[in-house]
Design a protein around this ligand. Structure first.
Ligand SMILES: Cc1cc2nc3c(=O)[nH]c(=O)nc-3n(C[C@H](O)[C@H](O)[C@H](O)COP(=O)(O)OP(=O)(O)OC[C@H]3O[C@@H](n4cnc5c(N)ncnc54)[C@H](O)[C@@H]3O)c2cc1C
Length: 439
């Protein structure tokens, strides 16, 4: 039996939910669209998993964070899909894709065919066992990508009350999970090889605030070293973490947030790739006719910087999905749409402190505002300046009122005559550009 659809979205994550919403908005007949997902639940806001999902007292649970799309942030409950005639094919892993034959085969042997395919398979975690780290298959070593992973970690937190946790990795997920483990009263140690946390984005100044704040909250940080092995107790549960510098840490729980890779293996040799992802144009069309790729798997042209990039950010997953569906529907009517015009946006919040970054983190930087971890209301920002223009903007603190102005600055890239003055002006520089435009 072959199940046939006009459109198939492969993957049931963030991009899938926003793509479904856009299909419904643009006009969809019942039975035309299916979403096929390995996960057992409808598309949800994945970013919640490493934040409020692990809250010790009031953990977020479905249905409150199914994808919320559209101008009124309408929650797409599972019933929404059935009302729109969209088939949600859950707990179904696709193990073979034949793009020439327009067919997908599941692990259970079902076959699906389509006219148009939207690849939204996202990323998968890199496992320490794949890297040959000794003892990495011990129990209570967790990876974190999907809701099942979050459930397992949540259970372990309850089982190992007030125990010791080691978080491997100092990037985005490592930072967020360390904060949540600490909020659950575990004794948390972070281990990472870089000289400071979030080194792919943060300057040393921004990192100094965050590391200081984490220390104040009781998180131990061990930098410039890596995990080389684990030992386990007689039940096979992790007991110790061995570091390259010879130190050994006791651990009841280990969480690895040490990198991800895009899930493109199904399409190897069938579609053009670039920079580790599936290469697309500015409408998310791949090199294969009628096949589109969005979200984490797409390597797409960033108009603003005139180069191809692949990013693993939630906002891009939403926007790329919308743009691809707009382009698909417009092409059916012989119309065209504007090319994707992306401004990189990354956000996070830990211990009640939000931060956001817009644009490009290249060139020189200036820091402004109150970035002391000891301050009662820290609020600061940073600009990146390249070739005499502000190209990136970052803010962190309790107040979000700077968001629009900082995003605007990163988008329009104003010239800067005097960097010292820019540092003195701080947020008011962004507000001035937003209100009065470029001079
Ligand atoms: C815990 C966590 C926190 C995050 N926090 C932030 C944040 O604060 N800010 C930010 O900007 N970004 C954040 N991100 C990144 C953001 O969530 C991703 O960029 C976004 O989810 C990408 O969307 P996607 O649809 O491309 O992939 P995903 O949301 O990963 O969805 C991919 C889907 O495809 C399914 N799938 C894959 N292969 C198959 C197959 N063969 N068969 C069937 N189904 C398949 C998967 O099971 C999954 O359902 C976070 C990510 C994680 C994991």
């Amino acid at each position: 039996m072959v199940k046939t659809f006009k459109y198939i979205i492969l993957g049931g994550g963030v991009a899938a939910g926003y793509a479904a919403r856009e299909f419904a908005k643009q006009g969809l007949k019942p039975g035309e669209l299916a979403i096929i997902s390995k996960e057992a639940v409808a598309p949800y806001e994945r970013t919640v998993l490493s934040k409020s999902y692990l809250h010790p007292e009031f953990p977020s649970r479905l249905p409150t964070f199914y994808v919320y799309a559209g101008p009124r942030r309408e929650i797409l409950f599972p019933e929404w899909y059935s009302e729109k005639g969209i088939e949600l094919i859950l707990s179904t892993e696709i193990v073979k894709a034949d793009l020439a034959a327009k067919s997908l085969t599941s692990a259970g042997g079902e076959t699906f065919s389509y006219q148009i395919l939207l690849i939204a398979t996202g990323s998968t975690v890199i496992r320490l066992s794949d890297l040959g780290v000794q003892g990495a298959d011990a129990k209570n070593i967790f990876y974190f990508r999907e809701i099942d992973d979050a459930d397992k970690l949540y259970e372990a937190i309850k089982a190992k009350k007030n125990g010791k946790a080691v978080v491997v990795g100092g990037e985005h997920i490592g930072m967020e999970l360390s904060a949540m483990l600490r909020c659950n009263n575990l004794d948390v140690t972070m281990v990472y090889p870089e000289p400071w946390c979030m080194s792919r984005l943060f300057t040393s100044d921004i990192a100094a605030f965050n590391e200081g704040y984490y220390a104040k909250k009781g998180v131990n940080i061990m930098k410039r070293t890596v995990v080389v092995g684990f030992t386990a107790n007689s039940d096979g549960e992790v007991k110790e973490v061995k570091l390259k510098d010879g130190r050994v840490l006791e651990a009841d729980i280990v969480v690895v947030g040490d990198g991800i890779r895009p899930q493109t293996a199904l399409f190897k040799g069938q579609v053009e790739e670039e920079k580790g992802g599936i290469k697309t144009d500015g409408f998310f069309k791949t090199s294969v006719p009628n096949v589109y790729a969005v979200g984490d798997v797409a390597t797409f042209p960033v108009k603003l910087y005139n180069e191809l990039r692949r990013v693993e950010y939630a906002e891009h997953a939403c926007q790329s999905a919308r743009k691809a569906v707009e382009a698909i529907k417009a092409a059916e009517e012989g119309k065209t749409v504007e090319e994707y015009d992306y401004l990189p946006v990354l956000y996070s919040h830990q211990f009640g402190h939000a931060w956001e970054f817009y644009g490009d983190n290249v060139g020189d930087t200036v820091l402004f505002g109150d970035s002391s971890p000891e301050s009662s209301i820290p609020k600061f920002g940073s600009y990146w300046i390249k070739d005499g223009k502000v190209v990136g903007a970052f803010w962190q603190g309790r107040i979000e009122e700077e968001r629009d102005a900082m995003a605007y600055v990163a988008r329009v890239r104003p010239s800067v005559q005097n960097v010292d003055e820019l540092a003195r002006e701080g947020f008011s520089f962004a507000r001035k550009i937003e209100n009065f435009g470029l001079e």
